[in-house]
Design a protein around this ligand. Structure first.
Ligand SMILES: [Zn+2]
Length: 147
């Protein structure tokens, strides 16, 4: 980073913080757009379900706080909670695979989970999401997080 020469140390630190915030903002804006999400779903379907799951629309929604994803098999639409944004790719992919599988098998019976076994990181992703839910239930500890 290039820092103007005449800054005081306090100014310099403030400036660095502003730059870091900007970078962080760019980073978070790099989440997949709806079109990229649809493309990703298409690829996952090819890879794990022989392309049999064909969603007609895949998009982010912000009104879904208790579920990570949902789908409507009758119109082929898949919705992902915006809360997944910023989570590791394999977790987003898992939720996509989960909803894609629902286009083929409704409910969570043995057939459904057998289908999902095709996605190699199902267990790991489920553990991650369970951890997120568990962490949200912990009492707030002041100072445990950055401001
Ligand atoms: Zn489900």
């Amino acid at each position: 980073m290039l820092i103007p020469a005449r800054m005081s140390e306090a100014e310099e630190q403030r400036w660095v913080r502003v730059m870091l915030d900007k970078l962080a903002a760019q980073e978070s804006r790099r989440t997949l757009g709806d079109a990229e999400l649809a493309e990703r779903a298409r690829r996952l379907s090819e890879q794990y379900f022989d392309g049999r799951a064909r969603p007609r629309s895949v998009r982010w929604v912000t009104n879904q706080n208790t579920r990570w994803g949902s789908c409507t098999p009758s119109d082929g639409s898949i919705r992902l909670s915006h809360r997944l944004q910023g989570m590791p790719e394999y977790v987003v992919d898992y939720v996509l695979c989960h909803e894609l599988a629902h286009l083929l098998v409704p409910g969570h019976g043995p057939r459904f989970w057998r289908l999902l076994e095709a996605y190699p990181r199902t267990e790991r992703a489920r553990g991650y999401l369970e951890g997120v839910v568990a962490a949200e239930r912990l009492p707030h500890v002041p100072g445990a997080r950055d401001e």
